[in-house]
Design a protein around this ligand. Structure first.
Ligand code: SAH
Ligand code: SF4
Ligand code: F3S
Length: 448
């Protein structure tokens, strides 16, 4: 077995797991398959947060197993954890099943396979150890770092605590070393990851996220720090204080609300009320007025009445998020909400989602229009998806910005752009000046 390909289906943590898996496969002597090659090994790094993607993954296994020559399939990620050895029965092409706590064992799963044994590895270590030197980072602009794994919240709709295990945080100093490593490799941005990131607690010193951000913000050369996902329950005043004092700590905050009605929040076991959430937003905006807020909403949770849904629309009008990710509720096996009655029919879920998007698209558009005329700092991610003659990047507040290519710019450069136009999902403008260039430090290093 010589070549591999990884298909990634899930959240940022799942994408980062693929970077770890890539590193381990390279270490085991495999290489990425070229575009015209059929890979010997295909890893499906899967997500089970909603039912539809799970169905797609199961049919993807069938599709890949039917290829000639037949590749070996490794199922990784959250569906692997959820389904375990049942996945081996799907097809003889499935060579191993590897849960999200087992990335570093992909080499040994391959080794066992060579001996004729199909492994199912789904344990979690009690400590979170990551060897960052074996991570193969894909993005030329931003380095992702998992700082806390798992989740202990057990919101009644959610599969994550079952697929990612108990909460475990990485040592503070180790994270700081990884940040320095990323910056010295020429990247301008780090993205700290965790399902309840603001519940981070260093296993050695007990220090929390605010202390960590304080130290990370002072790493020389680091232009931007993002962190995702915060839980409203753990957003304390120290964290707000760090956001207000460090301008390189992202002007963007993702704070999932899920619903605007107290009875629904209670049945979801979110453990905050509508008014507590509103107070928190007030405090954050008081300290960081230009912050761009985004959220997640679940529509059609069991028992959601028309009145409940309208309270969600109302709170969205009141807060005015820059971006809202909304999903129809999908029952997940083994979660408490899957047994709730008063199921909301799919047609009602769909109709509510459409009404919600009409509201949130209008608000996003209005907020984006307020950006017209501003000069924003943009980190270039790559060519625009719509037009090859444009660059696409993200502003400090995470807004997508497109602008016509100009001068000698490249991916990973930090520039300023004057905003000229605004849609609901992105801004566009004109290049002003270049602030820094990541290619220089790399050249300097290689000439040493
Ligand atoms: N840790 C994050 C969310 C992780 S899952 C948090 O606490 O918010 C990402 C999003 O998927 C959730 O915020 C939720 O809106 C959505 N989601 C999770 N389970 C879902 C389900 N069963 N049906 C529909 N959406 C779901
Ligand atoms: Fe899921 Fe809730 Fe944990 Fe987020 S906090 S991962 S929604 S259980
Ligand atoms: Fe999906 Fe697992 Fe992430 S269920 S959202 S890949 S934690």
């Amino acid at each position: 077995m010589r070549t591999f390909l990884i298909e990634t289906w899930g959240c940022q943590m799942n994408q980062h797991d693929s970077e770890q898996l890539t590193g381990h496969l390279l270490k085991a002597g495999l290489r990425p398959a070229g575009e015209s090659e059929s890979p010997d090994l295909i890893l499906l790094n899967t997500c089970s947060v909603r039912e539809k993607p799970v169905q797609k993954i199961l049919s993807r296994i069938g599709e890949l197993a039917g290829r000639k020559p037949q590749p070996t399939i490794g199922v990784c990620g959250c569906v692997a954890q959820q389904e375990g050895k049942k996945l081996l029965e799907r097809s003889p092409a499935v060579g191993f099943v590897l849960g999200p706590g087992q990335n570093s064992n992909v080499g040994s799963a391959l080794h066992s396979l060579r001996q004729g044994e199909r492994s199912v590895l789904t344990d979690f270590d009690s400590e979170l150890e990551v060897n960052y030197r074996t991570i193969f980072r894909k993005s030329p602009t931003r380095g992702m770092i998992t700082i806390i794994e798992g989740c202990d919240e057990f919101c009644t709709f959610c599969i994550v605590p079952y697929t990612r295990g108990r909460e475990r945080s990485r040592p503070f100093q180790e994270i700081l070393n990884e940040v320095r490593h990323i910056v010295s490799s020429g990247l301008h941005e780090v993205e700290l990851l965790g399902q309840t990131i603001n519940n981070y607690q260093c296993p050695e010193t007990g220090k929390g996220l605010s202390a960590l951000l304080e130290s990370v913000a002072q790493v020389p050369g680091l232009e931007r720090i993002r962190f995702i996902t915060s839980h409203p329950r753990y957003f304390d005043d120290q964290l707000i204080d760090v956001l207000s004092r460090h301008t390189n700590v992202s002007r963007y905050l993702h704070l999932p609300l899920q619903a605007g009605s107290d009875p629904v929040l209670r049945r979801m076991r979110r453990r905050y009320t509508r008014s507590e959430y509103l107070d928190l937003i007030g405090k954050i905006r008081g300290a960081v007025p230009d912050i761009n807020l985004s959220t997640d909403i679940i529509v059609g949770f069991p028992g959601e009445t028309e009145d409940d849904f309208e309270s969600t629309l109302e709170i969205l009008e009141e807060i005015r998020f820059g971006q809202v990710f909304a999903f129809a509720y999908s029952p997940r096996p083994g979660t408490p909400a899957a047994k709730y009655d008063e199921v909301v029919p799919q047609a009602v879920q769909k109709e509510r989602l459409q009404r919600l998007f009409a509201v949130t698209n209008r608000i996003s558009h209005e907020l984006n229009q307020l950006q017209i005329g501003r000069e924003v700092k943009v980190l270039i991610d790559g060519p625009s998806r719509r037009r090859d003659s444009d660059w696409q990047g993200r502003a400090d507040d995470n807004r997508v910005v497109n602008f016509p290519k100009a001068g000698d710019l490249d991916v990973g450069d930090l520039v300023t752009v004057k905003v000229l136009r605004a849609g609901a999902h992105s801004l566009s403008g004109k290049f002003q000046r270049q602030l820094s260039n990541l290619r220089l430090p790399i050249l300097e290093n290689s000439s040493l």
